[in-house]
Design a protein around this ligand. Structure first.
Ligand code: ADP
Ligand code: ADP
Length: 225
């Protein structure tokens, strides 16, 4: 079963703006895919369908075979880990530990399993030493890594990142790239950072005017751009 299947997805906002016109693609387990496209192309609208913030006007979205629907939202939100562009939208607890524990604790996970998840998630992003620190004492790059950990602690099927390289200095950029490459999870990243897409993603989707205008090896797509 692929991690993500989007079939004939179309969506119009309540004001009538048609943002998606029949989007089709599949992402296999373990793939790292870049979602490219100009402002207004529909990238945010598409991402909001992946975890059911928006409900498909037409078509379907399925995550590891489970269709996104009203009665599956709890499980879908566990399977789809969204990392926002601004880490401060994701970190709101007094310590890193509590932020990373928040999601799994909400699923009813506690005790040693919760401790293991917090430790594993922070270890994967190289932030274990910060476990007892307040997030606001960390650098921006470190906060973005902790934001990724809060999502990894849910053990998602797919990690969806919005502009992961934005506002990072060169060293933090490189650290995050190494982390994303080392993760054993399917990744979809929305980005305008073409070098980052090329470095991290074998495959790119180009969304333009609400349709998939290209889908193929990132190198070929950037060569054509
Ligand atoms: P992107 O993320 O690629 O910049 P969006 O998904 O934000 O694109 O936008 C796709 C289209 O939908 C654009 O025409 C945008 O103006 C429109 N749009 C986005 N959000 C809304 C909204 N809440 N109401 C009406 N139109 C919207
Ligand atoms: P992005 O950085 O992802 O491209 P945008 O700048 O397109 O985001 O959109 C930022 C916010 O504004 C989103 O929540 C989007 O839904 C909303 N938005 C974008 N276009 C419109 C629109 N035409 N009408 C109402 N809201 C919009």
């Amino acid at each position: 079963t692929p991690s993500l299947e989007v079939r004939r997805l179309a969506y119009a906002y309540p004001d009538g703006t048609q943002a998606l016109f029949g989007v089709d693609f599949t992402i296999g387990r373990g793939e790292r895919v870049a979602l490219l496209g100009p402002n207004g192309a529909g990238k945010t609208t598409l991402v909001m369908h992946l975890n059911g913030i928006l409900a498909a006007g037409h078509g379907t979205v399925a995550v590891a075979g489970l269709p996104v629907a009203k009665d599956s939202l709890r499980e879908i939100r566990r399977r789809v880990g969204l990392v926002f562009q601004d880490p401060d939208d994701q970190l709101f607890m007094p310590t890193v530990r509590e932020d990373v524990a928040f999601g799994p604790a909400n699923l009813g996970i506690g005790g040693e399993e919760l401790q293991r998840r917090v430790k594993d998630a922070l270890d994967q992003v190289g932030m274990l030493e910060a476990v007892d620190r307040p997030p606001h004492h960390l650098s921006f790059g470190q906060r973005r890594r902790v934001a990724v950990a809060t999502v990894l602690a849910m053990e998602p099927e797919i990690l969806v990142l919005d502009e992961p390289s934005s506002n990072l200095d060169p060293a933090s950029r490189r650290e995050l790239a190494d982390i994303l490459r080392s993760l054993d999870v399917t990744v979809l990243m929305v980005t305008h950072d073409l070098p980052y897409a090329l470095e991290l993603c074998d495959r790119a989707l180009v969304l333009s005017g609400g349709v998939i205008a290209a889908d193929g090896p990132t190198r070929d797509i950037l060569a054509d751009a």
